[in-house]
Design a protein around this ligand. Structure first.
Ligand SMILES: Nc1ncnc2c1ncn2[C@@H]1O[C@H](COP(=O)(O)OP(=O)(O)O)[C@@H](O)[C@H]1O
Ligand SMILES: [Mg+2]
Length: 418
């Protein structure tokens, strides 16, 4: 296709480029007074990709993609424009770390442009070509997991977005090792027929896409073909189940089985969702990198159970502490009651001893007095008075204290709590 290297115009000019000071003249083209084109990055089937700078944001690097404008039929041009506007609208509503960020889209001088962030890196097709040998399985599994995440996001978007053109040249790898999908099909060949989106990339597109019936499982098929390509270095055969082990025996049987199922010709036999495919890859995935880890449902359940058990344990331990506290208060009260009873017993014993001493002294005094009385009677004298100390000894001990049954009753009650 003819392309003007000066302005990127895909329709041939009659004579010199009408844009003075264009790219090949060392000058620049500024679109919308903001986006300055500084060089051509590549030219694809339906558009041209330019390296650009954002004049409003300190000349931050960005990329401008220009929709081809050389449609032979006006009808095709109109379809292409309508398709561009629809896709550009959807794209600008997408926000995902693995999808190139769209900054603007507009029409200028009858040409249509999409402006997006510049991905510092290269696409997987170019990287593979440069290294000249297939990638290690672990590496491909890591990228495939990232692609499953982004497909899940697209398929669950409202409205669902079917990527339709997953292949190594549309998958970029940035300098941080992160996958970025570019090329959201804003510029697709418009073919006659009821569905003007049935675009195919031989080898990567599933059978149903040939008649324009793409659905999420079509992207699963293309991911299987992409993995095959990255693991073998060979393009997948169109309309075939892909088995990378046939081309590269180093590929494990498990990964081979996942790719075969993803590229089943009947969509009903494939993984039905990107989540399902990621789970199938799961056992063989390398350790997740920090920052983009999705927590498996099983781990979430275990974590929730641990939290619930910890809360229950806290509540239970609180109750146990309350019980222990009450029990220790009971024990202390019992010990105090026993000590009180002991002290009262000792006081009582001391009083008993004093009482019995007083009784003995009194008895002795009475005996003495009786003997004196008998001897004085025998001798004819008056009887002696009873000794005063005998009465004093009897008074020393209160009878009420010795015989009162109430004296012990309170002590027994106090000790009953043990
Ligand atoms: N945002 C971007 N940043 C850096 N390079 C890009 C960007 N978008 C596309 N490219 C490069 O340009 C190539 C073609 O872009 P793409 O959108 O796939 O257009 P085409 O319709 O021609 O396939 C890509 O394979 C990639 O190497
Ligand atoms: Mg492309």
């Amino acid at each position: 296709m003819a392309i003007c290297p000066n302005c990127g115009h895909t329709a041939p000019h009659d004579g010199p480029c009408p844009r003075p000071g264009g790219l090949d003249a060392g000058g620049s083209i500024v679109l919308q007074g903001r986006w300055e084109l500084v060089g051509m990055l590549g030219q694809g089937g339906m558009g041209t990709v330019y390296m650009a700078r954002d004049l409003r944001l300190r000349k931050r690097p960005c990329v401008v993609k220009k929709l081809r404008d050389d449609f032979y039929r006006e009808e095709d041009r109109q379809k292409a424009v309508a398709f561009f506007e629809r896709e550009a609208g959807v794209l600008s509503s997408l926000e995902h770390p693995n999808i190139v960020h769209v900054l603007d889209y507009f029409e200028e001088h009858y040409s249509y442009y999409l402006v997006m962030e510049y991905v510092e890196g290269n696409d997987l097709a170019d990287i593979l070509q440069e290294r000249g040998q297939p990638f290690a399985e672990e590496q491909v599994l890591d990228w495939a997991a990232q692609i499953c995440d982004v497909l899940e996001y697209l398929h669950q978007h409202d409205p669902p977005v079917i990527y339709r053109d997953l292949k190594p040249s549309n998958i970029m790898l940035d300098v941080k090792g992160r996958i970025k999908l570019v090329d959201f099909g804003i510029a697709r060949p418009i073919e006659d027929g009821a569905d003007n989106t049935h675009v195919v990339s031989a080898g990567f597109s599933p059978p149903e896409q040939y008649w324009g019936a793409a659905d999420p499982r079509s992207d699963i098929y293309a991911l299987g073909g992409t993995m095959y390509f990255l693991l073998t270095g060979a393009e997948p055969l169109p309309l075939h189940v892909s088995s990378p082990r046939a081309g590269n025996p180093a590929v494990s049987a498990e990964t081979d089985a996942v790719i075969r199922r993803a590229t089943a010709q009947d969509a009903g036999q494939r993984y039905q969702t990107a989540v399902e495919m990621k789970q199938a890859l799961g056992a063989r995935l390398p350790a997740e990198k920090p920052g983009r880890r999705t927590i498996p449902r099983g781990e979430l359940v275990i974590a929730a159970a641990i939290v619930a058990l910890s809360v229950a344990a806290l509540v239970a331990s609180e109750k146990i502490y309350q019980m222990l506290d009450a029990r220790s208060q009971q024990i202390q009260a019992g010990q105090k009651a026993m000590a009180d009873q002991d002290r009262q017993n000792k006081e009582l014993q001391a009083k008993l001893r004093a009482y019995s001493r007083a009784v003995e002294a009194n008895d002795a005094a009475i005996r003495e007095w009786q003997e004196e009385a008998v001897s004085s009677k025998d001798s004819g004298g008056s009887p002696a008075k009873p000794p005063s100390h005998a009465a004093t000894a009897a008074e020393a001990s209160s009878e009420s204290q010795l015989t009162d049954p109430e004296g012990l009753a309170p002590l027994e009650e106090a000790g009953s709590g043990n």
